[in-house]
Design a protein around this ligand. Sequence first.
Ligand code: HAM
Length: 434
Amino acid sequence: MPEQYRALQGFKDILPEDQPYWRFIENTAAEVARLYGYQRIETPILEDTAVFRRTSGEATDIVEHEMYSFNDRADKEGRSQNISLRPEGTAGVMRAYLEHGMFKLAQPVKLYYLSMPMFRRERPQAGRLREHHQFGCEALGEADPAIDAEVIGMLYQIYARLGLQNIRVRLNSIGDQNCRPQYIEKLKAYYEPLLDDCCNDCQVRFHKNPLRLLDCKNPQDQKKIADAPRITNNLCGPCQEHFDTVQRLLKFYDVPFEIDMLIVRGLDYYTRTVFEFTSTIDNVALNGGGRYDGMAEIFGGPHTPGIGFGVGIERVILEMKRQGIEPPAEAKPAAFVVYFGKSQELRDTAAKITAELRRAGLKVLMTYGERSTKAQMKQANTSGSSFSIIIGEDELANGTATVKNMQSGAESNENKQVQVKQSELLSYLQEYQQ
Ligand code: HAM
């Protein structure tokens, strides 16, 4: 295949063999989210670039380097808008909440989104796609720490239902507009004398986004991070109380969590509670989330606290495969219809039987074209069907079909095959299915 006709780098086809994983995760996530009172929302893939730039933050990797942004075609007046493919889900959900006046509804408004595609032009590397998909939840309009615990508890329940084990729940608080600026000053004062010895990225972070100094993965900077002042020792009274309550309430959800002061998140909109769940094996983040109590005001809306998370579905599937978790298999066909002979009447009868059984709601496959008897039976076999329905000249003459049980294994051939009237095929198969 010539290079230009391959999927773009970082973009992936989701092939039929992986679909059972997607359906399993989507069904499980939606089922649990509904238990907690969440309703589904979908927002457009394209938004005004400002929606993301203003909320995620100008100095974040996502906004600085990774957004797919472009100027739309100019309208009649010659005006053109800069628009972007969505890099994350929260800003669009908040935009929709404000645009549709959802702040007038009973609060909190609890929303979830399923398999929404996100686009980030990341450097290609394992586990990082340029198009990935998220399941996410956002609870808007409630500041009570009870909802922080609820959101984390819900997420933990989803992983448990998927059968995932050994998931690390890492929790932190990054304070709010009252205490974080002072903490950042402390952090900068600590780093200033060390800066010459820091990696290049940290030198930039120091000026643009100091909290991200704590997120550096470079070995030369790990000791500096370990000795850095901790945000959790620098929270103001209300933030401390909020954090304590979240931890106390999390016990009710049976979530084994750890406090990790290095969870600072890569988006600027967070306040107070932040968390990530990672796999125990390689610390890859399966999801990220937290509070964003100031976001609505960035849009010019009324003060609206919010909290949520986004789960990277591709990453969860990788982790499921690594843990050997199989999703429920797709239902096998009830029957596979074959015809032994070349006459058009035989083929028409096979097509008619197949159509009728499908209309009645059975999963039925059939053969096509001119294949040998052997080839047709091989097709029936590999399809995993419970029965094959065989139409030959004899069956055609007396209005019957030979129904062969494909799953009866060791039984004798006589037991495996019966003659059934064509008009009774449906009830025969239905009886077997029950
Ligand atoms: P995020 O941590 O940037 O948060 O992304 C959430 C999850 O999406 C990550 O933990 C990861 O599993 C997955 N993910 C992110 N980037 C990639 C990538 N390039 N390839 C594969 N998977 C990826 C957010 O997006 C926030 N909107 C989450 C949130 C919702 N916070 C509050 N509400």
